[in-house]
Design a protein around this ligand. Structure first.
Ligand SMILES: [Zn+2]
Length: 291
């Protein structure tokens, strides 16, 4: 993957942004047949044979439904992934039934039982025998659309991005809006943060629910840091893109859905699931927002 360079230096328009650039790693999922020792979306997990596969109880169903594997990232492939010391694999699973919702249509912190969403930090050397027969939802169990990812390999690409304007506070948010209107500088939706599934960097933001001034704080009082985000739609490169995003709406560009919607995930109202972590302690829960 090779995102074209930005057409100009955005800090000439917004000198306030100096020092706020961050590197984010785009995942660029592509449908394929990932293996257990690879990073993937929707691929097999490095799961110990002697560890029970997690399930969730659905209100109307007698039988608990197995969670589905959503994401596996090896620190080896994504060294910039924030992670607990001595853990080298991140795994995310969730319940594929929207009655036990892993995420939410609304633009706020999901207040859902942990049964519907699971983050596992694993030490790969602990897994000597991998679970071969992974439980899957039974034929008569309801699977909600957009909850089970198409197996995808990942093609990491590192790009530089800047924060959504609200991260720098109300005054800069207003200022950026005015300048964008005056100069067509496209900061807020094009020249700031990268779209698509990514690790590290700045928050995803579909631009509907914010601005989120001071909204993301751990219960311990520490501001939360972006861990990764999963997107319903990915950036498919064209010669009209910038470093971080589109200059034209995706619908205007011809491309295959294997590029723009490779995972088949529909997160909220076609938006992003943003995960945050607390820099104070990995014992504090990873939090998730649809935004
Ligand atoms: Zn905390």
């Amino acid at each position: 993957m090779n995102t074209p360079p930005p057409p100009s230096d955005i800090t000439t328009v917004f000198p306030e942004l100096a020092g706020y650039e961050r590197t984010t790693t785009l995942l660029h999922p592509r449908p394929g047949t990932p293996e257990v020792h690879e990073s993937s979306i929707g691929g097999p997990l490095l799961w110990p044979a002697d560890e029970p596969w997690p399930t969730a109880q659905v209100p109307y169903d007698q039988e608990a439904i197995p969670l589905v594997a959503v994401l596996q990232l090896w620190v080896r492939d994504f060294p910039e992934l924030a992670h607990p010391k001595d853990r080298d694999v991140l795994q995310i699973l969730w319940c594929p039934d929207d009655n036990v919702d892993a995420f939410d249509m609304d633009y706020f912190r999901t207040g859902l039982p942990d049964a519907g969403f699971m983050v596992v930090w694993r030490r790969s050397e602990d897994v000597t025998e991998v679970l071969a027969d992974v439980p899957r939802p039974a034929g008569d169990q309801t699977i909600s659309k957009g909850y089970v990812p198409v197996p995808c390999r990942l093609v990491p690409e590192r790009v530089t991005e800047y924060p959504p304007a609200w991260v720098l506070g109300q005054a800069f948010d207003d200022h950026a809006q005015r300048r964008d209107d005056e100069l067509d500088s496209h900061y807020n939706r094009v020249r700031s943060f990268a779209d698509g599934s990514k690790v590290g960097g700045w928050h995803a933001d579909c631009g509907v629910g914010g601005p989120y001034f001071g909204a993301f704080v751990c219960d311990c009082g520490t501001p939360l840091s972006p861990l990764l985000s999963l997107a319903s739609t990915e950036v498919a490169h064209t010669d009209r893109t910038t470093t971080t995003s589109y200059l034209v709406p995706p619908a205007a560009e011809p491309r295959g859905r294997e590029c723009s919607e490779p995972t088949g995930l529909v997160l909220g109202n076609w938006t992003n699931l943003q995960l945050f972590y607390c820099t104070e302690s990995w014992d504090h829960p990873v939090q998730r927002y649809v935004m």
